[in-house]
Each structure stands twice: as structure tokens, then as C-alpha cells.
Design a protein around this ligand. Structure first.
Ligand code: ADP
Ligand code: MG
Length: 696
């Protein structure tokens, strides 16, 4: 059967299965299951071993077990909460069954001498081992044996384990009927042959009864490994293909430049580039001198000096007679870049324009005209840059700053924007979220990656402390002290609320409280509800030293640069992600003064929250922090794609399976050589709709 036909049968909606109606389909949709294929990949969370009735004497606390015995005693223990206790024995040991909720008839059913069989978690109790609310059968003979290894699925309201098992059985029957062709040539399997796709699916849903639980749950259980490799391979192929399509579609202009502006810029800079900046600049310059469009991601920790790299690239583009668009994720950051680029480039005679969604219509019209006519050589802005009415006369380079804030799909959409112009622009993408290498290879297989792994000299690491909000007064006193020494401070309010208005309110209240406690200080406020000009005014006053303490919502998160600020207080840091906190912390420690960051948390913290704040206290290294964040929270969060869900992996786990990623790259090379026709069905099988959405 041709590969496409496999995809078709298994790609059909779940309603194509016997007995699945609209209602059932809706419930399945809540679990993210739409097609038969989704159902096949709705894998068990764990398994219950009911294959064997265990002797009571061999039970150990913590395990799930099927056990059986004879009732010795069933009595109601009175107390704060009445409970029914039933003691069973089998000659090798005893077990107490505990029921907090019970029907009066249960005690009768458990009359002395009754044979019972039960399943549940074995625990240590006050009088030996116990099971709380076990599943229970009475009058069954122990010799009747068990029910095998029962899969336990992620379930939802109205869709219990029994229903899910039945649905999966239906999907497996269809899989058997379709018998899809093998997509992985044997040379890709490595030392030990991998099970086929149907074998792997069945090995996870319906494992043989004699499989030990530990084997089944191991990451290298062959059926799981097969699916993990296939999934990682499919994602990798998707991104590779994207890159090739893009490269083949149109050539980019060769931006070799003359070196004139670059030299003048370096001359005027107040500092010399770090070795890491020099290296990344060379890599960028080499890409831009080629007809193949540059697709380069520059990773550099907060404060590592990425902006200069963008400026150098922009100047090369200008020297070659082409335009550069620089996009930032927030108005505030875009404005800061605009100021920076104007200060740096205008003395060299380069025209820098500004484009935001919030500018007056007449100004916007003029900015658009200047871009279309080619009068503006460099334009800085927000997403407004990529709206439909924006046309460039000769766009040669696109710089996207802090790309993690945009998400994978926006990144792809942006490329499409570039396509509309007659020649394809080069792309330079910058991020301060250092992505661990393994993850970068998967998530950014479509990009070349440069790393600025060095901070400019003379920076002192930020000292980070976690303080409970019961000691808020001490923290406020710390602000007074820093400001008395002529330094400045930030106070960041975090609020779970998505609403700008509520965040603004909370921040305004904080200002009032702080002003009361610190009457001698000049306090400024920025939040998302302020008009761009107002925000700009406050930021400028802070940058000029006319404001001592800046209270802000997380709008100041990215890129804001005020070297005299040496103290940063973050309220309720437990609400934010580690990468975001690290970004915020980067607001201080930008000058030569010793700086500190106070994490003012609200007790009690969960274990996870404690672990995360500890990571931040102990490390100033964005890569290390990102690695921990990945372990604690998973990759979706880190890549900013959690909402889209499109890149959610079904089987693979980028942390647990990270060691497989280099192998996946080799597999991809081999597959494209030996069985290129397998790439399409593999992508369809695993990435499907998401790949189409990304217009792969
Ligand atoms: P980020 O990588 O976080 O975007 P920036 O580009 O904003 O960092 O740079 C942070 C600060 O460091 C800026 O004030 C910038 O002018 C300064 N800077 C950049 N490179 C160097 C360098 N090589 N030596 C000294 N200061 C530098
Ligand atoms: Mg920056």
C-alpha cells in the first residue's frame, strides 16, 4: 500500500471508528485527540500490573499490587472520621483495607471468611501494611489469576479508562488493517533493529503480560525508543526542509559592503568588541556576503552586547545600498534600539526611521513612504514593521531581537513577509534566552547558531537573595540606602492577571506605598497602559538620573539599559519563569558598581518554586539557568511556544531523550540519501497539521 494511503486511513477523524459519535469526539478533543492517529499516540501514563495475584507477605509499601486473601475481621473504627477497616490474611502475611467512604452494606459483604481480591497502592499503616480505598471484588478465588498489564491513560470528564482502552483497541484494529509500510530503512535502526511502527504502538498500549514494569517504563524500552526517534526525526526533517525551501526559493543580495561605515563606526565606539563579539560578527559578515540567505540565530546572555552585532550587520547592508529592518518585541525596547541606532548611525550619515503601531497616522504615512521610496536606510520598530501595508524599496537584512518573545510561528510568518519582496533578505535573529545545545539543534534545525559566550569586561556579577515578603521593610530600607549613595533602583511588580489595566493599578498602588515609606525619593512608574511618549519620558528621566526608583510591571523585562541602577527588587518572583527572571535581573549589573537582586517572595513556596529560585540565586549563567528551567518546566515554556502547542512533542522528551538528538541528525542525513520518499509521510505522521500551518 502506498505510504500516502496509510496516512489517510490513520489521519481520519476519530468518528470514523465504530461507535464514536459527536459527543465522544468532543470529549476526545479535550485530550487533544482528533484523528485515529492521535488516539494511537495517546500513550499510557503508566501501567498497573494485574498480571499476577501477589502473596500478602511479599508486598512492599509504595507499590501498586493485586492481592487476595480471606477476611479475618471487618469493623468500623470510630473517630473524627469513621472508617471501615478490613483485615485480610493469606497465610504469608496480612493487609488492612481502609475505607473512609463506604456503603453500610460493605461491612456485611466483608463478613469473616469471605475471599476477597483487591488492587491498590500498598502503604505503611498504623497496624502494618494497608490499602486505602482499593478496588475490591468479593467471593473471587485467588487462583482465578489477574487481568494482565493494564494501561492507565490520561483521561478526562466522561471518558474513563475503560472507554479509552476500548477506543484504543479500535484504533489498533485499524492500524493492523492498514499495515503501514516501514518508513525507516534498516540502516537507520542502529545496532539493534527497532520494532516497526505498529509493533511499537502495540508494545506501549498492549504490552505482553510478562513484561516487567521497570522495562516497560524505561526510556529505552524498544517500542518507546522507536517512537521517540521517529518523532524527533520528523521534527528535525520539518525544520531542515523549511530551511532548504527558503534557500531555494530566491537568492539573497550579496552584502559585502565597502567597509567604510563599519570602520568609522568601530572608530567611534567607546569600547572595543569582545573576542566573542568579533567572532560572531565575522560569522555574520561571511553569511551576508553569500547569495544564500543568512538564517542565523545569535544567542548571547543578557548584557553580552548583541546590539552592536546588529549595528555592524546593518551598516554592511547600508554600504551595499540595501535597507535593514530591526524588529523588537515591545515598544519600549524598540524605542531604545531606535535611540541607540540613531546615536550610532546618524553621525555616519545613515538615515534611521521609526515605525510603531502607536504613532500618529500622518507620521506613519510619512515613515511608510520613506521606506517604500528607499529614503530610509535603517528602520527600527515593533511588529508594525511586518504589517501588510509596509513595503520596502530594497530590503536586504531583517534583524529580529529577543525572538523568544515572538514564538516559532511568528518567526516563520516573518520569513513569509520577507518573501514578498523581490529578493529574499538575510535574517539575523537574536535571543538572550540561551537555549541548551541539544534543544537548539532540534528547535532551530532551520538556523545556524552563533553564541556570544563572553560578557564585556568590568562587570561584577549580580548578587541575588531571596527574602520573604514579611521582611519587606528591610528591603525598602535597602532601597533608601542605595539611593542615598547616588544609585538607582527598580521595583518590579508581577501580577498573574493578563490585563494591562489591573497590572497598572497594582503598580500604581505599589508606588503609593513606597512613596509613603520613602518620601525623600523621586519615584517613577512604567506599565503597559502608559502612552508611548509618557513611558518614554519616565524611562528617559530614569536614564538621566532624575528618577531614583522606577516601579514597573514586567514591561521593562527586555533590554532596558541604565548602568547606574544597582538594585532590583522583584515582587512575587515565583510567578515568573526562570528565563524571564534572569532577563529582569539583567537590568542591573550593567555598570561597574556591585549590584543586587532581591527576590521578594510570598511564603509558603512550593518545592518547585523553591528549586527554581535557588537556581537563580546560585547562578548568573543564562545557559545554566536555561538548562535547569528546561528540566524543571519542559521545553515549550522555554521556546515560548506553549500556547501554540504545535511543537508539543507527543512521545519524546527533549531532556530525557536529549542524548538521542545527535543520532537523529545522522538519521536525517541517511534518510534523505537512502529513502527520501519517507520524509513526507514521516512529517505528515508526526507534525501533520502543524507543518502545514508553518507552510513547510
Ligand atoms: P544585550 O546582549 O543584552 O542586548 P546590549 O547590546 O544591550 O546587550 O549591551 C549591553 C551594554 O553593554 C550596552 O550598554 C553596550 O553598549 C555595552 N557593550 C556592548 N559591547 C561591549 C563591549 N565590547 N565592551 C563594553 N561594553 C559593551
Ligand atoms: Mg538586547
Amino acid at each position: 500500500m502506498p505510504a500516502e494511503a496509510d496516512g489517510d486511513a490513520l489521519g481520519q477523524p476519530v468518528t470514523s471508528l465504530r461507535g464514536v459519535g459527536e459527543r465522544q469526539a468532543e470529549r476526545l478533543a479535550q485530550l487533544g485527540i482528533h484523528s485515529v492517529h492521535d488516539l494511537l499516540l495517546h500513550l499510557p501514563l503508566r501501567y498497573e500490573d494485574r498480571s499476577r495475584v501477589r502473596r500478602l507477605g511479599e508486598l512492599r509499601p509504595g507499590e501498586q499490587a493485586l492481592a487476595s486473601g480471606t477476611v479475618e475481621l471487618a469493623e468500623i473504627a470510630r473517630g473524627r472520621r469513621n472508617r471501615l477497616l478490613c483485615r485480610i490474611t493469606d497465610g504469608t502475611g496480612a493487609l488492612t483495607l481502609v475505607f473512609f467512604h463506604f456503603h453500610p452494606g460493605l461491612q456485611k459483604r466483608l463478613a469473616r471468611g469471605t475471599r476477597v481480591r483487591c488492587f491498590g497502592e500498598v502503604r505503611d499503616g498504623p497496624s502494618g501494611l494497608q490499602m486505602i480505598h482499593p478496588e475490591l471484588e468479593t467471593g473471587v478465588d485467588a487462583a482465578e489469576g489477574g487481568d494482565g498489564l493494564l494501561p492507565v491513560y490520561p483521561a478526562t470528564q466522561g471518558l474513563n479508562q475503560t472507554a479509552l482502552r476500548r477506543l484504543v483497541d479500535g484504533a489498533i484494529a485499524l492500524l493492523d488493517a492498514v499495515a503501514p509500510a516501514e518508513l525507516l530503512p534498516p540502516t537507520l535502526h542502529g545496532d539493534a533493529a527497532l520494532p516497526t511502527f505498529p509493533e511499537a504502538v502495540k508494545g506501549l498500549h498492549r504490552p505482553p503480560d510478562d513484561t516487567p514494569l521497570a522495562t516497560l517504563e524505561a526510556r529505552d524500552y524498544p517500542p518507546r525508543r522507536r517512537l521517540v526517534l521517529e518523532e524527533l526525526l520528523a521534527h528535525h526533517l520539518t525544520l531542515r526542509r523549511q530551511r532548504h525551501r527558503l534557500r531555494d526559493r530566491a537568492a539573497a543580495p550579496v552584502l559585502r559592503g565597502t567597509g567604510r561605515l563599519v570602520a568609522a563606526f568601530r572608530e567611534a565606539l567607546a569600547f572595543t568588541l569582545t573576542a566573542a563579539q568579533e567572532r560572531v560578527d565575522r560569522e555574520t559578515a561571511a553569511d551576508m556576503a553569500s547569495r544564500a540567505p543568512m538564517l542565523r540565530l545569535v544567542q548571547g546572555d543578557v548584557g553580552s552586547g548583541k546590539t552592536v552585532i546588529a549595528a555592524l550587520a546593518a551598516l554592511r547592508s547600508v554600504e551595499s545600498g540595501m535597507q535593514t529592518a530591526i524588529m523588537a518585541p515591545t515598544e519600549l525596547l524598540a524605542e531604545q534600539h531606535y535611540r541607540n541606532f540613531r546615536d550610532w548611525l546618524e553621525p555616519l550619515g545613515v538615515e534611521v526611521a521609526w515605525l510603531s503601531g502607536r504613532m500618529p497616522a500622518s507620521e506613519r504615512r510619512e515613515a511608510l513612504r520613506a521606506l517604500a521610496d528607499g529614503d530610509s536606510q535603517v528602520v527600527v520598530g515593533t511588529h508594525a514593521l511586518f504589517q501588510d501595508d509596509v513595503t520596502f524599496s530594497r530590503l536586504g537584512l531583517v534583524v529580529v531581537d529577543e525572538q523568544h518573545r515572538f514564538g516559532v510561528h511568528q518567526r516563520l510568518a516573518l520569513r513569509e513577509k520577507g518573501q514578498r519582496e523581490h529578493a529574499q533578505p538575510h535574517q539575523l535573529i537574536m535571543t538572550a534566552t540561551p537555549i541548551p545545545r541539544t534543544l537548539a539543534m532540534t528547535a532551530y534545525a532551520d538556523l545556524d547558531v552563533s553564541v556570544i559566550d563572553e560578557l564585556p569586561p568590568g562587570r561584577t556579577p549580580v548578587k541575588t537573595v531571596a527574602v520573604p515578603d514579611t521582611r519587606r521593610d528591610e528591603v525598602v530600607a535597602g532601597i533608601a540606602k542605595a539611593c542615598a549613595e547616588g544609585r538607582q533602583a527598580y521595583w518590579v511588580c508581577t501580577l498573574i492577571e493578563e490585563s494591562d489595566t489591573l497590572q497598572a493599578q497594582a503598580a500604581a498602588e505599589t508606588v503609593e506605598l513606597l512613596q509613603e515609606a520613602l518620601p525623600e525619593l523621586r519615584i517613577g512608574l512604567v506599565h503597559g497602559r502608559l502612552k508611548a511618549a509618557e513611558k518614554d519620558g519616565v524611562m528617559r528621566a530614569f536614564a538621566d538620573g532624575d528618577v531614583d526608583l522606577l516601579v514597573a510591571t514586567t514591561v521593562i523585562e527586555v533590554g532596558v539599559d541604565v548602568p547606574n541602577a544597582s538594585l532590583l527588587v522583584i515582587e512575587n518572583p515565583e510567578r515568573l519563569g526562570l528565563a524571564q527572571l534572569h532577563q529582569l535581573r539583567g537590568r542591573v549589573g550593567r555598570g561597574t558598581a556591585a549590584s543586587s537582586c532581591v527576590l521578594l517572595y510570598h511564603a509558603p513556596l512550593t518545592e518547585t518554586a523553591k528549586a527554581r529560585l535557588a537556581v537563580l540565586r546560585e547562578s548568573n549563567d543564562g545557559f545554566e539557568i536555561a538548562r535547569c528551567d528546561l528540566e524543571i518546566r519542559g521545553p515549550g515554556e522555554l521556546l515560548g511556544t506553549r500556547q501554540t502547542g504545535a511543537w508539543a512533542l507527543r512521545v519524546a522528551d527533549l531532556v530525557a531523550d536529549g542524548e538521542l538528538i545527535p543520532r537523529v541528525q545522522q538519521m536525517a542525513d541517511r534518510l534523505l540519501q537512502e529513502a527520501p520518499a519517507s520524509a513526507d509521510p514521516l512529517i505528515e505522521r508526526w507534525v501533520g497539521a502543524a507543518a502545514r500551518y508553518g507552510r513547510v
